[in-house]
Design a protein around this ligand. Structure first.
Ligand SMILES: N[C@@H](CCC(=O)NCCCC(=O)O)C(=O)O
Length: 270
């Protein structure tokens, strides 16, 4: 069987005097090197998306992090330019893909902005500038430091007993990185909180009654997926789920081919 594909919705980025559809290389590297499957970057379109046309052709969905924020109008919040930068094309692409992938049982891994999109897609809300709230830590990406320092593993999260993610990374305290200024406020009804930080920030969720692998994390397991064990185990589990989905999807076609070949062999023998 050829390697399965994982769709990764792009961000809209402006540089070199033009507009790009872009995904940071750390996600592509983790998908290829640790999950062991192929990544397919999906253009971010404000209109003209066809989630089923794309999902017919892939075996998983990874929704990545981004410095942009989900537009507040999508979860009924007041729109303040200070809550930007926004990426409406990314929102218009990823939210329908998340909903449809869940309906179809296509494995989903949502990371940082991705867990926030998952929550909004299923009816939840987000809090912004959480570091300014009483008792909350500063979860933001450290400024003015090398990228590896910005993504340094520096925060304890508590993985809940009996959670889905605990099957892959165990329960209790796990060290993760942290690069966000928003977080889940009202958890969507279909989401189960799986991990929290010591200040109460929701750090991981799973989709209740999901047909397949459906996990969101607020941290960035992709960045150290080759060297950090909890990160590696999460991406390995995602790869296993993607391969299982692809095999199940191929099974009817393969059995049809076997039936046709057996019928053809029978007719030749007679
Ligand atoms: N913008 C949201 C989500 C944060 C997020 O995805 N961070 C990734 C940082 C990407 C980078 O700058 O390298 C928030 O701030 O909560």
């Amino acid at each position: 069987m050829s390697k399965p594909f994982v769709a990764v919705p792009a961000d809209i980025r402006e540089f070199d005097s033009t507009t790009w559809h872009a995904v940071q290389t750390q996600y592509i590297r983790a998908i290829h090197k640790v999950s062991g499957v192929m990544a397919m970057i999906v253009p971010a379109l404000e209109t003209g998306n066809d989630p089923d046309a794309l999902l017919d052709r892939v075996d998983g969905l990874l929704v990545s992090g981004s410095a942009t924020n989900v537009h507040p109008a999508l979860y009924g919040a007041e729109v303040r330019e200070s809550d930007g930068p926004f990426d409406p094309a990314r929102d218009a692409t990823s939210l329908p893909l998340i909903r449809r992938a869940l309906e179809r049982g296509i494995p989903l891994l949502a990371i940082c902005r991705g867990i926030q999109e998952l929550n909004v897609a299923l009816g939840g809300t987000l809090a912004t500038e959480i570091q300014d709230m009483p008792g909350m830590w500063d979860h933001r990406k450290p400024d003015g430091v090398p990228r590896e320092a910005a993504y340094a593993i520096r925060q304890d999260v508590h993985i809940k007993e009996g959670s889905c993610i605990a099957r892959y990374i165990g329960t209790g305290s796990v060290q993760v990185n942290s690069l966000h200024r928003q977080a889940i406020s009202k958890t969507a009804p279909r989401l189960q909180v799986e991990a929290i930080a010591e200040d109460g920030t929701v750090e991981a969720v799973s989709v209740i009654d999901a047909k397949g692998f459906a996990i969101g994390v607020q941290w960035h397991p992709e960045y150290w997926a080759e060297t950090d064990q909890p990160s590696r185990k999460l991406f390995e589990a995602f790869g296993d789920a993607v391969r299982a989905y692809a095999a199940e999807k191929a099974a009817p076609a393969q059995s049809a081919v076997r039936r046709a070949m057996s019928a053809s062999a029978g007719s030749m023998a007679s």
